[in-house]
Design a protein around this ligand. Structure first.
Ligand SMILES: [Mg+2]
Length: 390
């Protein structure tokens, strides 16, 4: 038996080069506000949190979180680190429940659950390293020869640029693509036409044998989505993602009765949260993000529940914690994949904080059967481009 001796948290603030996104690059929940400021601001995040859990023999497990890193750091330092120090990392289910129940008044969703997720992921990485096994081998093992991935970028912009990006992705061998809508309720019928023009343009490039996913990032509302669904049907999307805000579960349930599968869950938390979505038939695809939902411990429970409902799980974002769960579960058919590129909205930052994320080739990626833990190390390649708070 070993015990946890230390929990170290660091916030990584990116100070390097960024690419300014175009206007209308993606709708989001702030679009409903009247202020004329930078509505896209809430969509961009150039910070990341690393959480390292060390045990007696000096082995270190690495977890991470991307939501509100400074607040999450504070929650871990003040509340969660003292709860796990001195404990056996292999008692992960007990440790999860302890963190969840002792902060239940404020921790069960949002920042608190994100902090629990970061600690839990680090504990799983630690267990993998201590047993000499990759995490997916502890979760059920290999269920696929390789993980199919879909290309996730295609932010709304000039039609010709989106088509050129889709051409490049197609040439790289992807067979699934997700694009973002740039226009929502405040843009009226003209914005609807702009949205439809771009879906048509991307479909034209990728053809009809590829999966096309459509992302709203909570930037529409129920009425607008009701009116858009019939217009989108002819493009045969695999799913329409987060059309309304995460709390509008009744809205999801109504929309999901229509002709286009509705996906969501990247802003939902824990087994109980997903039970509600599944009971109400609110989504046809579950998209938790392991580093928010409650870590690998919670994600694995949601996987089991979703399998019973026969709703596939395709986690939000790339990243190792999601890939390992996808590899270990039959009910996770593929992964989202953010292509490596310059820092734009912030989805790309994990490629700069960590080494070890596999690159997609010909639309699939691979995990190593023999690399212990999650297979990540904290990178020193870009230290000059970060300000680190410890
Ligand atoms: Mg999304």
């Amino acid at each position: 038996m070993t015990r946890i001796t230390r929990v170290r948290t660091r916030v990584w603030n990116w100070t390097g080069k960024t690419v300014p996104p175009a206007g209308h690059f993606c709708t989001n929940a702030s679009d409903a506000l009247y202020d004329r400021g930078d509505a896209m601001g809430s969509f961009r995040f150039h910070q990341w949190l690393t959480c390292e859990v060390e045990c007696e023999d000096g082995t270190v497990g690495i977890g991470n979180a991307a939501l509100a890193p400074r607040l999450v750091k504070s929650a871990i330092d003040q509340y969660f680190a003292p709860m796990v120090i001195g404990e056996d990392p292999f008692d992960y289910a007990y440790l999860w429940e302890k963190m969840y129940r002792k902060t239940h008044a404020w921790g069960r969703k949002g920042v608190g659950m994100t902090a629990i997720s970061a600690v839990d992921i680090a504990i799983w990485d630690l267990m993998g390293k201590l047993t000499g096994k990759p995490v997916f081998k502890l979760l059920g093992g290999r269920t696929k020869e390789a993980i199919p991935v879909y290309y996730s970028k295609l932010y709304a912009g000039p039609v010709a640029e989106m088509q050129a990006e889709a051409e490049t992705a197609k040439a790289a061998g992807y067979t699934g693509y997700k694009m973002r809508f740039g226009y929502g309720p405040k843009d009226g019928p003209a914005g609807m036409r702009e949205n439809l023009k771009r879906v048509e343009a991307v479909r034209e490039v990728i053809g009809w044998d590829a999966d096309l996913m459509l992302e709203c990032y909570m930037g529409w509302n129920l009425d607008y989505t009701r009116r858009m669904l019939p217009k989108l049907e002819r493009f045969e999307p695999r799913w329409l993602e987060e059309p309304v805000i995460a709390d509008d579960i009744h809205g999801y349930a109504e929309l999901n009765r229509g002709p286009i599968p509705i996906s969501g869950g990247e802003h939902e938390f824990t087994l109980m949260g997903f039970r509600q979505l599944l009971d109400m038939k609110a989504v046809s695809v579950i998209q938790y993000d392991t580093n928010r939902v409650g870590g690998i411990t919670a994600a694995q429970k949601i996987n089991a529940l979703a399998e019973a409902y026969q709703v596939p799980v395709i986690p939000h974002a790339g990243q190792m914690h999601n890939y390992h769960l996808t590899m270990a579960n039959y009910n996770c058919p593929m992964s989202e994949y953010f292509p490596v590129h310059d820092v734009e909205v912030g989805n790309e930052l994990f490629y700069y904080v960590f080494d070890g994320d596999p690159a997609a080739e010909n639309g699939v990626l691979q995990l190593d059967d023999d690399l212990p833990g999650l297979g990540l190390t904290i990178s020193d390649r870009h230290l000059a481009d970060f300000e680190i708070e410890e």
